[in-house]
Design a protein around this ligand. Structure first.
Ligand SMILES: Cc1ncc(COP(=O)(O)O)c(C=O)c1O
Ligand SMILES: N[C@@H](Cc1ccc(O)cc1)C(=O)O
Length: 469
């Protein structure tokens, strides 16, 4: 007999929902297939060169694309736009010290501004910088300052099918081998990213961060964290690592950061703002150098390229990012999209990471050679199908080897569907999954691309292509 009680059991599934409601909306424009074919051709088959008005659902990036809260918008009115000593700077400094635990803060216009300052201040030409997989702008600044970058991430990170829960981990043997090979005095710091963007938004475990600290301490090497998505990383530690399930995000973040000497930050991600970043350190001497350099590249050391109002919104965003219901729904959205794609056997990087779904373009287009740019092709095809904008993360992003001038051939050839924070609904994600499925079903017709214009630096942003016949 079905009782109310047993009915309850049959329907015991409990969904999560976003812990906010919508107060302001921005209309979306739809386009025809003909218009999109024209737009992608005019953009040289590069989604970075599309006009945003021609895009329907914009999954290019989670950088600077968040919806700010009503509190953050209210904070914008509290902007103290003094050239020097803005109230908002001191508020931001205090907030970062409180939650990230570092002693000194230098604001910058965004993450790469902080990377430039750290690289210039800490690297001597001929140095070596190990990191858990490269990030484009980070490695660029390290190489520009005269260092050689070494990928010391665990092998599982390069395998799209590996279900390792912490694919962002540093391989301690690889790190030790590099120290033995070049000497600790040639390694100014280990660059530790949390989460690892290019690996699929994959986290590092607390255990691994602690072990990296112990190893580097033995050799007197510093650790600088790329803290861009460190709160998302903290969420995965709570979800997947023994001993953290009941801890608040803020406590996990603070412990994680305690294993580093400082950090670079792109506030455009975790901090839920449209612009801004910072550099932080516990090292008095390095701080002195960076605080001096910032006035050359970014602005005075109490604004670093941000308006007072931006620093206020950022300080509020730091606190909002540490709210567990928010973070659960943030990661929940990405997992939701992953579940839809999984149902249709669409190949993508597993487990689902922190900020995006990374489609495995090699598996989509096994008939295309990597030099026919499968991930770039998939991004262009997805846009043409439905107006959804994604980003190539494969051979184009990897660029050329500075020594040989040849294309680098990364193992991962991915197309990234990046989810902006607090912006899209599940219905949008349903449309995304359906369009990905349509492209997957049409995979035989993809012919690949030819590179026709290649800029010198960070080529993926402005390169142009033509379809192969
Ligand atoms: C992991 C990571 N580090 C650094 C950066 C650089 O930050 P920004 O875009 O703010 O310069 C980004 C994004 O660009 C990133 O995803
Ligand atoms: N960090 C941002 C913006 C960006 C995109 C691509 C890059 O290679 C560099 C920066 C992102 O990952 O989307």
């Amino acid at each position: 007999m079905t009782t109310l009680h047993t009915m309850g059991q049959q329907h015991s599934r409990r969904s999560w929902a976003e812990p906010y409601k919508i107060k302001v909306v921005e209309p979306l424009r739809t386009t025809t297939r003909e218009e999109r074919d024209r737009a992608i051709a005019e953009a040289g088959w590069n989604t970075f060169l599309l006009h945003s008005r021609d895009v329907y659902i914009d999954l290019l990036t989670d950088s600077g694309t968040s919806a700010m809260s009503d509190r953050q918008w209210a904070g914008m009115m509290l902007g103290d736009e003094a050239y020097a000593g803005s109230v908002n700077f001191y508020r931001l400094e205090e907030t970062v010290q409180k939650y990230y635990g570092y002693k000194h803060l230098v604001p910058t216009h965004q993450g790469r501004g902080a990377e430039n300052l750290l690289s210039q201040a800490a690297i001597t030409p001929g140095d070596h910088v190990p990191g858990n997989m490269y990030f484009t702008t980070t490695r660029f600044h390290q190489e520009k300052a005269g260092a050689t970058f070494h990928d010391v991430i665990i092998d599982e990170a390069h395998d799209t099918a590996s279900l390792h829960p912490f694919k962002g981990n540093i391989d301690l043997d690889k790190l030790q081998a590099l120290i033995d090979e070049v000497g600790a005095d040639k390694i100014p710091y280990v660059c530790m990213a949390a989460t690892v963007n290019m690996a699929g938004g994959q986290p590092i475990s607390m255990e691994n961060a602690r072990a990296v600290r112990e190893l580097t301490d033995r050799h007197g090497i510093k650790v600088y964290l790329d803290a861009t998505r460190a709160v998302e990383n903290a969420y995965f530690i709570i979800e997947r690592e023994a001993g953290y399930a009941d801890k608040p995000l803020a406590e996990v973040l603070a412990e994680f950061c305690s294993y580093s000497d400082g950090a670079t930050m792109s506030g455009k991600k975790d901090h839920l703002v449209n612009i801004g970043g910072w550099f932080a350190t516990n090292d008095d001497e390095l701080f002195e150098e960076v605080r001096n350099l910032v006035v050359v590249y970014e602005g005075l050391h109490t604004y670093g390229g941000m308006a007072g109002r931006d620093m206020e919104a950022m300080a509020i965003g730091v606190e909002e990012s540490l709210d567990m219901p928010y973070m659960r729904s943030r990661i929940g959205q990405i997992q939701y999209l992953g579940e839809l794609l999984e149902r249709w056997d669409i190949p993508f990087v597993k487990p689902v990471g922190g900020h995006a779904i990374f489609l495995d373009a090699r598996a989509f287009y096994p008939h295309l050679d990597q030099e026919q740019f499968p991930a770039q092709t998939l991004a262009a095809n997805l846009y043409a199908d439905s107006g959804i904008r994604s980003m190539e993360r494969g051979i184009v992003s990897a660029g050329r080897d500075p020594e040989t001038g040849e294309h680098r051939h990364p193992k991962l050839e991915l197309t990234r569907l990046t989810i902006p924070r607090r912006v899209y609904t599940q219905a949008h994600l349903d449309l995304v999954a359906e369009s990905v499925k349509a492209c997957f079903d049409a995979h035989d017709s993809a012919t690949g691309l030819r590179l026709v214009y290649e800029p010198k630096y960070l080529r993926f942003f402005q390169a142009r292509f033509e379809p192969l016949p």
